[in-house]
Write a protein that binds this ligand. Sequence first.
Ligand code: AMP
Length: 603
Amino acid sequence: MGNDAHPPQTPPVVPTGAPAIDVGLPDRPVAPARLSRISIGIDLGTSNSCAAVVQDGRPRVIPSRDGYNTIPSMVALNQRNRVVVGRHAKGQLLFNPSRTVHGAKRLVGRAFDSSVVQSMLPHFPYDVVAGEDGFCAVRLGPLTLSMVQVQALVLREVKGVAENFLGEEVNRAVITVPAYYSEQQRAAVRRAGALAGLHVERILNEPTAASLAYAWGRNVKERVLVYDLGGGTFDASVLELADRVYQVISTGGDTFLGGVDFDDRIVAFLVREFEKLHGPYKWDAVARSRLADAAERAKCALSEQESFPVHLPYLATVDGKPTALDTTLTRAGLEALVAPLVERTVQTCARVLDDKGLEPRDVDEVILVGGQSRMPLVQERIRSFFGKAPSKAVHPDEAVAIGAALLAHSLNSAEGVVLIDVVPISIGVGLPGGGGRVKRVIERNTPLPVRKEYQLATTKDDQKTFDLWIFEGEGATVAECQYLGTIQLTGLPRGGKGSVRIAVAFELGEECLLAVRAREIGSGREVEVVFTTKGTPDEVKKRLEKEASYAAAGIERPPGAGAAPPGHDGPPASTGSREIPRPASPPEPATGLKGLWSRITGR
Ligand code: AMP
């Protein structure tokens, strides 16, 4: 991934004096007073969300009030300044695009001033702004919502649909996220669930959920690749399935590659066709929204037929006259437009296999998930790359929710499943004096949970604090990685330069949420760990260049440091451990070590 989100310091841009609009969400998460009997699975998708439940031992998708199996992941402020969600929000997308949020999944947990968000801004028809915490928010007229609130509103709608269908309160859920989501994105979804009144029992990776749906009740022993191409994100994960054990061995993806990028290519084509006849045109938001809608309809139709007429009357005003767009898109034409995107997905599959020294022929089945995987070109490229047709065993729109429901059920029953996930993105520390270099602490594809410990020594006499700059990414430098924040070790005991030694442990729990714990080696005494998100990557880089290097202080791995051995139980005897705090977060699940194999059984 490129240089990416870092929690920035941009001040909030909530308009002052704006009338308060009640969105009906609490300011901070409130734990449900009583946990519900039923726990559901929720696929929180880019375009659509889907919920499922296990009833009488069988998983089933929960239909919405109006009989659909999915709920649009959309939130809008209507003309009467009321917040509407789901199908009601989608209903106003065409004529009110600047007040209709879709694709929040791509923005949640991302810092507004990260380069990836800045580069995407022109593509959003609504106003993406910096929220109070510096993460992405959206301004809908007089209302500013954080992306976490947007996702919370979608989740609350899903909760309501489930309660309506099941006829009882539902406040427990397993929620899925892309395997390639960062630590911050996972934490944001967990928080969104809590704001929606849900006790989030587990954040589950989508490919693992799809594999659960695929293998459930079939006693398979296979190596599968889950190819998940949804509305906004792409994931490829290799899993080994045996009996009730679902082990991810390699994963990769792109959180900015999905169906909407296919639509964008078609929109660009339609614009070119129109402008060929009428010259350059300044498109407004409504016209763009109509083009995007027509593009998506043409794309979906071309999965079934060879050509599709696109007719958009009154699309533009040319020389004072209403002017239509009339053209035809063929399947071959569409394929030429989007082939590079499909190629990117295949390259990711190749890399994910290569990471483990596997060849395409080593995969027993390719499981397709996500609406965009229905495209014939995708299926043909999969067939040619893997030398076999993809499996049709699961429903691409429903498999993830079904898998989440199966896990939700399994968490509450004696029939446990064993899920072993991996770290999707490497975690590292910025090296002072290293010219902005990043030292990897935990490599991607390391099985979860994982714990790595480092020893540090002070570089000055009577040094009181020690800063560690934490990054996520595969790049070798600060500029190529995503800045997660700075860990500050405070209250160090007095002592000469180099005499105070600290052991810092990085722990990623089963859900890949990061915790950092530290202790002073001499006394075993706790060292307070303070997490701050101050500083842009540039500022952090400059500081790193100025600081004395760790090499002088002797950064080193103590003997035996590394992934926790199976059966290791709990962090080292440290009282200075501290989860990375997130303001007003719901209680996070314990991320201490529970052994390499996380057996999920009944309560
Ligand atoms: P998801 O996020 O899994 O709901 O995927 C939604 C994406 O799949 C959207 O970009 C849709 O346009 C796309 N999609 C749905 N059905 C089809 C289809 N039949 N052919 C091509 N793309 C589709």
